[in-house]
Design a protein around this ligand. Sequence first.
Ligand SMILES: CC/C=C\C/C=C\CCC/C=C/CC(=O)SCCNC(=O)CCNC(=O)[C@H](O)C(C)(C)COP(=O)(O)OP(=O)(O)OC[C@H]1O[C@@H](n2cnc3c(N)ncnc32)[C@H](O)[C@@H]1OP(=O)(O)O
Length: 281
Amino acid sequence: MMRSKVLSLVARAASNRMMSTATKLTTVEVNDKTGIATLTMNRPPVNGLNLELLQDLKSSIDEVEGNKSRGLILTSSSSTIFSAGLDILEMYKPDKDRIRAFWTQLQETWLALYGSSVPTAAAINGHSPAGGCLLATSCEYRVMVPNFTIGLNETQLGIVAPKWFMASFLSVLPQREAERALNQGRMFTTEEALKVGLIDETANSKEEAIEKCVAFIGTFAKVNPLARSLTKQQFRAADLQQLQNERQQDLEKFLFFVNQPAVQKGLGIYLEGLKKKAKKQ
Ligand SMILES: CC/C=C\C/C=C\CCC/C=C/CC(=O)SCCNC(=O)CCNC(=O)[C@H](O)C(C)(C)COP(=O)(O)OP(=O)(O)OC[C@H]1O[C@@H](n2cnc3c(N)ncnc32)[C@H](O)[C@@H]1OP(=O)(O)O
């Protein structure tokens, strides 16, 4: 390794504190200069949101809430995928107990991220379908690298995005755009997403995306943190409360829906298509 690279790694290690261990599917790194935490998803190959990744995401969000970070940037360790969304294997021919725990964990993770008291931003450094888009739109700001896609494509899989997925989407897009895109299951390219307002900025690399997220979080430097976070909570309270009130019904609805033979058949065909595509590559 070149000496300069070694020196830069040593310097980086000195100015950043790794808060989580590498055994987890997420890592949290707090930059000592900015006080901003970067939460990185690391579940190869596609950051499919399974029960364990969702558990780690939730505990990492809690960790950032608890360690007085000035903000949270969500990103991925993959060079081409932010997150492929929910791990379809959790929903296809599911285990009865595990699928309950899975959906309950997804609810908890969304409540924690969408309701986070710290400023949140997503550095979207790869494709971001469905649950990936849910994570990104749960943050307050999005910066995306070109040549990738983002959107809620559920209808393309023959499934329906629950109300709280729509709430995140609607916190970013006007109702007319959101409704049309959801009905179509539309995936937006980075450029299209910028034009419609689904993302806030583009960046040429993950590093630049993170820098732009840091700049966004920096815009709150002179704002009273309590006033900022209470204002954010007020904007989001109705969406959060709705899921809190309906958590059990939402779970039962999901279980009923996902166990329908037609839905299982559709998920099986979709998975098969993904696997065939992967083999061809
Ligand atoms: C009234 C309503 C009430 C309740 C509603 C009920 C239920 C519905 C709610 C459920 C909501 C679901 C939201 C979701 O998130 S569903 C998941 C949607 N995700 C996708 O459609 C993404 C699919 N994947 C892709 O498009 C591509 O993989 C991707 C662009 C992300 C990456 O492409 P790349 O070419 O880089 O990789 P691949 O070769 O395609 O994939 C590599 C391996 O990974 C597997 N894979 C990919 N995505 C998933 C996934 N989401 N889950 C599981 N596995 C996935 C893929 O099969 C390859 O596997 P191998 O062949 O290597 O084994």
